[in-house]
Design a protein around this ligand. Structure first.
Ligand code: G3H
Ligand code: ZN
Length: 292
């Protein structure tokens, strides 16, 4: 079923686990996430970047996610979110298209301009019942980048995160805490920094760059208060590595369904593992959420 993101995050905060926010790129990755959610009886956030919207179209992606959630996953809770919205116009268009949650990522701007733009969006979004995620401290790396070391990862300053949340009234907050977009060999999360932030604010903290962070560190980050974890690269890799392999082994195959089914299954397997790690496995049974 399609639900508002607030119902998922509320349950995660109450029971001390994290909801996976999974980046999708096409029908097949949407199916992989939805099937994993059904198998795991787990809530899930399905999120799209502006790149994915450019590829599929804003309304089509909204309809695809809604239809899959309502028809193929009627007993689990799925929420749709815009990941890394970069402008007022882009975020507004997603609200118009029916997203229950949007991120405005103005983290590359000076903090006062970030606050100003985020606040302007929050004011409009809240009138429409839409949740807004803000971001303090820029993420580096790159979606889909795999291997090698990452250096110079910026870190958010807790006092700045607290001031930002207070000033903007965002519903969730992404802060740079050591992880990076992509999967690198030395990725880490500064657990003390996570704690220093979550002790001072009630607003749920979002961990971006979840791919590449060791499982043990993810588990500790959840203990320290992370309530949403973004996974993008692991899905891209599962999908495309499997597709390349299937094509190699079936050079004469012409049926896209035969070539794509193993990739859907690979995405499903990755997402299932994340749901176990995040503690959302089985939570759908207890969550009371209004269907959208
Ligand atoms: O916004 C998307 C995420 O932060 C994904 O990061 O590709 O490292 O999993 P990732
Ligand atoms: Zn991100």
């Amino acid at each position: 079923m399609l639900v508002h993101i607030k119902d998922l995050v509320k349950d995660a905060a109450k029971h001390g686990y994290a909801i996976g926010a999974f980046n999708v790129h096409n029908l097949e990755t949407i199916l992989g996430v939805a099937r994993a959610a059904v198998k795991a009886k787990s809530p899930a956030i399905i999120q799209v970047s502006e790149g994915a919207i450019k590829y599929m179209g804003r309304k089509p992606v909204n309809h695809l996610v809604s239809t899959v959630a309502k028809n193929l996953a009627p007993d689990v809770q799925i929420a749709l979110h815009l990941d890394h919205g970069s402008s007022f116009e882009s975020v507004l268009a997603c609200m118009d298209a029916g997203f229950s949650s949007v991120q405005i990522d103005a983290s590359s701007m000076p903090i006062d301009e970030n606050i100003e733009l985020t606040k302007k969006i929050v004011d409009i979004a809240h009138k429409r019942g839409v949740w807004v995620q803000g971001e303090v401290g820029s993420m580096i790396g790159g979606h889909g980048k795999v291997g090698g070391r990452i250096t110079g990862v910026p870190l958010a300053v807790p006092a700045e995160v607290v001031a930002f949340v207070k000033a903007t009234k965002v519903d969730s907050i992404a802060a740079a805490v050591g992880s990076a977009h992509g999967a690198f060999t030395n990725e880490d999360v500064h657990l003390d920094l996570v704690k220093a932030i979550t002790e001072k604010i009630k607003t749920p903290l979002v961990l971006h760059g979840g791919s590449g962070v060791p499982d043990k560190v993810i588990a500790k980050a959840i203990k320290n208060g992370v309530r949403i974890i973004n996974i993008g690269t692991d899905i891209k890799v599962a999908f495309s590595d499997t597709l390349k392999d299937t094509c190699k082994k079936n050079k004469k195959e012409t049926d896209p369904r035969v070539l794509l089914t193993p990739s859907i299954e690979a995405v499903e397997a990755i997402v299932l593992n994340k749901m176990k790690l995040f503690g959302s496995f089985g939570r759908s049974v207890d969550i009371k959420a209004k269907k959208l």
